[in-house]
Design a protein around this ligand. Structure first.
Ligand SMILES: [Cu+2]
Length: 328
């Protein structure tokens, strides 16, 4: 009894020391203050979120797909994976119920001594294999399409920090900015969903193939936008690549999707997809803010990608002239 008592006591002491060690570690870890910068009112015009696309809709369904890849993935989930899973689940449940009833002890006083049935063993091996083959076809097609992106029109680097995202636009002169979650009051003022909007959104032109390079400055984060069916880990010391292309202007919200610390839930992602002219106006404003000469930025981008055809390079400049912020 005494022995047990002393074991309990020493276990308690060990727990206390582990606890105090953990408390010290927490106290020692610096938690950088993260605050939103002055929330921009309209640069050039903040898109109001749609009720359908790019936002959680509060139902049981997935978010509506906003890119071709997302449509393909969405269809695969709705018309291949879910029906197959539901069918298998119902079949197994029915089989189980029937077996429990038909072969219950009460109705079978003399137990069967069967242990093998070759036919049924062949069936329960071959049928699941065939189901996997049926799933494999759309699955491999989707994977191939995801990993075979068209040539990128714009590259954006997303850098995960504890606990906000930093973005860099290397093709536009390399300006960077931090993207910090709005407080509930700020989000309410903007009329956007709480915990999802940020002070500085990622802005991209509509219809452009956007290459996203992800990395992190501290721990592993993950860049995820449900409406684009996009998720890519952001790993310190590595650069991962993903992409999206949407023809639907609007604002699309996502979140960090790799547990990265105490404020993991508070580093959302907001992507604003704007018409080309508005995007160019936004880039011009950002370049001005960062003291970047547009001509120098263009030259640097051209040097980085010498294969870019001249027509492509000229198009945004032509579009930029009539740039005017659209009404909300
Ligand atoms: Cu995280």
């Amino acid at each position: 009894m005494r022995r047990i008592h002393s074991i309990i006591l020493s276990a308690g002491a060990m727990g206390a020391s582990v606890r105090s060690f953990a408390q010290e570690a927490i106290a020692a870890a610096p938690v950088p203050p993260v605050a939103t910068t002055e929330v921009p009112a309209a640069v050039p015009a903040l898109t109001a979120p749609s009720a359908e696309y790019g936002v959680p809709r509060g139902g049981w369904d997935l978010q509506l797909p906003a890119t071709d890849i997302a449509v393909e993935a969405h269809n695969m989930i709705n018309w291949v994976l879910n029906p197959v899973m539901a069918g298998v689940t119902v079949f197994v449940l029915a089989l189980l119920a029937w077996t429990m009833f038909r072969y219950r002890a009460g109705a079978n006083p003399v137990p069967s001594k069967n242990s093998h049935n070759t036919t049924i063993e062949v069936i329960w091996t071959v049928v699941p294999a065939l189901i996997l083959v049926v799933i494999a076809f759309p699955s491999f097609r989707l994977l191939a399409n995801q990993y075979d992106p068209p040539k990128a029109d714009i590259t954006i680097k997303a850098i995960g920090h504890q606990w906000y995202w930093e973005y860099e636009y290397p093709d536009q002169g390399g300006f960077t900015f931090d993207s910090v979650m709005l407080t509930n009051e700020e989000a309410a003022k903007r009329g956007t969903p709480k915990l999802l909007d940020v002070d500085n959104r990622v802005v991209v032109p509509v219809g452009a193939t956007v290459k996203i390079l992800t990395t992190a400055a501290d721990v592993i984060h993950s860049f995820a936008i449900p409406a684009f069916y996009l998720k890519m880990d952001a790993v310190p010391g590595r650069i991962n690549e993903t992409w999206f292309k949407t023809d639907r202007p609007g604002v699309y919200f996502g979140q960090c999707s790799e547990l990265c610390g105490t404020k993991h839930a508070y580093m959302p992602i907001a992507i604003e997809v704007l018409p080309r002219a508005q995007f160019d106006a936004w880039v011009a404003a950002k370049q001005k803010e960062n003291g970047i000469e547009p001509k120098a930025a263009e030259a640097a981008a051209a040097q980085a990608a010498p294969a870019a055809p001249a027509a492509d390079a000229a198009a945004p400049v032509a579009d930029a002239a009539p740039a005017a912020p659209a009404a909300q």
